[in-house]
Design a protein around this ligand. Structure first.
Ligand SMILES: [Cu+2]
Length: 310
């Protein structure tokens, strides 16, 4: 209940104004129409009006019932627009956090291998959440902040907010995503800036520290949420022993066997859907063309060479 009424972010006030306006109009019309209906039923009943009358146009009435609703819906649009527009304009100084939705849990990736199960954010600072799904459609919903955005595989969605209330708030998945959808819960915790810095410094790094420039690039691009380095298969094929590996890929014109050399690896990153590794789904990995510089791509390839097929 508390979450319902807390205005936990800078965006909450405008959402509430739009909601209250629309709710009030709906309420007034529901009551008004019901009362009018009952009145008309009684006043114009057959008992009281033995001879039916024929009515035609009433210009004044028609103008009123056109113009008044028009003004009302334009006011609704106004409140909706002034609430929505700022949500899509992320301030330049916003702190980025990558949110990874997967059946059926949320990971909050602060970069450099620091991944948390709770969304901890500093009080009064702009935060941008980059929304990534590694499997199906999810939706990140933080009611107290009045933010909700779909988390779609292969599509870079985002949202931002500035927390203006300290405390712990609920996070839900609000897109039905399978069996344990209703258990896909997390907490947003808003703390003082200093406490946040300390929390982040103490946050355990999951997995190995990047010890190669190629790994740093891959961690920054969340490649390792879908690919492992240790041979386990998650969403995509493992990177263990990738370089020089013989792989069957499915293309427009059928299957073919390829050897993972520099060209193949760069193609697989820039345009993953042209050649899809057999046994995996097309469209899960988004094309990274123009998102990763040639220099960084080379670092990734160099990393794969340190870890080639035997
Ligand atoms: Cu979900």
């Amino acid at each position: 209940m508390e979450t319902l009424f807390n205005q936990g972010s800078n965006l909450a006030g405008a959402v509430d104004r739009a909601f209250i306006f629309i709710f009030a109009i709906s309420f007034i019309f529901t009551i008004g129409i019901t009362v009018l209906m009952i009145y008309i039923l009684i006043h114009f009943s057959r008992k009281k009006n033995k001879n039916p009358q024929q009515f035609s146009h009433n210009t004044r009435l028609e103008v009123i019932w056109t113009v008044v609703p028009l003004i009302i819906v334009l006011v609704m649009f106004y409140y909706g627009w002034v609430g929505f527009a700022p949500m899509r304009q992320v301030p330049k100084d916003a702190m980025p956090i990558t949110v990874i939705g997967k059946m059926w849990t949320w990971d909050f990736d602060y970069g450099n291998g620091k991944i948390s199960k709770e969304l901890v954010v500093p009080y009064n600072r702009n935060v941008k959440l980059n929304l990534v799904s590694v499997d199906v459609n999810h939706s990140l919903f933080i009611p107290a902040f009045r933010v909700k955005e779909d988390v779609i595989p292969g599509y870079n969605n985002y949202l931002w907010f500035k927390p203006i209330m300290k405390g712990t708030f609920d996070i839900y998945c609000s897109e039905y995503c399978g069996l344990a959808h209703s258990a896909m819960l997390a907490k947003a915790v808003v703390v003082d800036s200093l406490d946040f810095d300390k929390w982040l410094a103490d946050l355990q790094v999951t997995g190995n520290l990047p010890d190669h420039p190629g790994l740093v690039v891959m961690q920054a691009n969340t490649c390792l949420t879908c690919h492992t380095l240790d041979g386990t298969k998650v969403i995509g094929p493992t990177f263990k022993g990738l370089y020089g590996r013989k792989t069957t890929v499915v293309t427009e014109s059928g299957e073919k066997e390829v050897e993972a050399n520099d060209d193949y690896i760069i193609r697989s990153i820039e345009d993953p859907n042209s050649e899809v590794v057999k046994g995996y789904n097309r469209g899960l990995m988004q094309p990274y063309k123009d998102k990763i510089s040639q220099e960084d791509l080379q670092k990734i390839v160099d990393y794969f060479k340190t870890n080639a097929a035997k």
